[in-house]
Write a protein that binds this ligand. Structure first.
Ligand code: NDP
Length: 259
């Protein structure tokens, strides 16, 4: 990207789930545009991911643990002074028929996808209010717009993210903080591989890649998304061009869901 766009110079962004997939693509995009980047995820691998970017640190943080989330933002502030943008990207999915879905699967999904996003928003807002403003972007999912089969817990967790986004957006609207959510469609990551394997087995006799390929046929643009497609929207929402946008949930899915 060179110096063409340096919208985030002197800005600091926290990206949870930043060690791979969509999160890493988001971190890369902010880094390309000049930001200091704080990557957080459960695995130690996040430290290696951070080394691949300039002005970046990695923090091992389970977003379901409030003390760990507070420590994450403390470390971000200690390294770079302030947090200007926080992207709640950490997420998990499992796939199970309704009778087989366990309580612990339900609880874990809610804990990471919904409570984890909330804890990060809470901590970020506390600091952004003191710093005069900020930008929060939460990862929901097309599955919150239009439930997919065998993932009621995931759909509920992401629908929760959308509701939380609207409520927080209203609360902080006068604090120069915007809160928005996005709904990715079918994006090629590890999550895609898991979905292809497990849903493929449950929905029929699909070989590797066949189920996802058939779903991609249903995308008007006839291609799967990539992390960078999602990162572009997030960078826009974090930029000054989006100053008057808050409480919104925007799809990034090649036209898969048009509502
Ligand atoms: P991946 O499975 O590739 O990555 C998930 C990331 O979340 C990993 O970095 C993982 O860290 C992190 N994570 C999981 N649990 C925790 C936790 N408790 N605390 C901190 N970090 C955690 O997923 P994607 O990149 O595909 O998805 C990113 C986001 O986008 C998720 O919220 C997902 O629900 C959403 N999404 C994805 C879609 C897709 O098609 N891929 C579609 C719609 C939404 P670690 O590796 O250390 O465990």
């Amino acid at each position: 990207m060179g110096n063409a766009m340096q919208r985030f110079e002197n800005k600091t962004v926290v990206v949870t789930g930043g060690n791979k997939g969509i999160g890493l693509a988001i971190a890369q995009r902010f880094s390309d545009e000049g930001a200091n980047v704080v990557l957080a995820s459960v695995e130690e691998q996040v430290m290696e991911a951070a080394k691949s970017l300039p002005r970046a640190i990695g923090v091992v943080c389970d977003v379901t643990d409030k003390a760990a989330v507070v420590a994450l933002y403390d470390k971000a502030q200690a390294a770079f002074g302030a947090v200007d943008i926080s992207v709640q990207n950490a997420g998990i999915i499992t796939i199970a028929k309704v009778e087989d879905l366990t309580e612990s699967e339900w609880d874990a999904t809610m804990a990471v996808n919904t409570k984890g996003a909330f804890l990060c928003c809470q901590e970020a807002i506390r600091r952004m209010r003191r710093n005069g403003g900020g930008r929060l972007i939460n990862l929901a999912s097309g599955q919150a717009r239009d439930g997919f089969i065998y993932t009621p817990h995931y759909a509920a967790s992401k629908f929760g993210v959308m509701g939380m986004t609207q409520s927080l957006a209203k609360e902080v609207a006068l604090d120069n903080i915007t809160v928005n959510a996005i709904c990715p469609g079918i994006i090629k990551t590890d999550m895609w591989d898991y979905n292809d394997r497990v849903w493929g087995k449950m929905l029929g006799d699909y070989g590797p890649g066949e189920l996802m390929t058939s779903w991609v046929e249903g995308v008007p643009m006839k291609r799967a998304g990539e992390g960078k497609d999602v990162a572009g929207l997030i960078a826009f929402l974090a930029s000054a061009d989006a100053d008057y946008i808050t409480g919104q949930t925007i799809n990034v899915d090649g036209g898969l869901i048009m509502s």
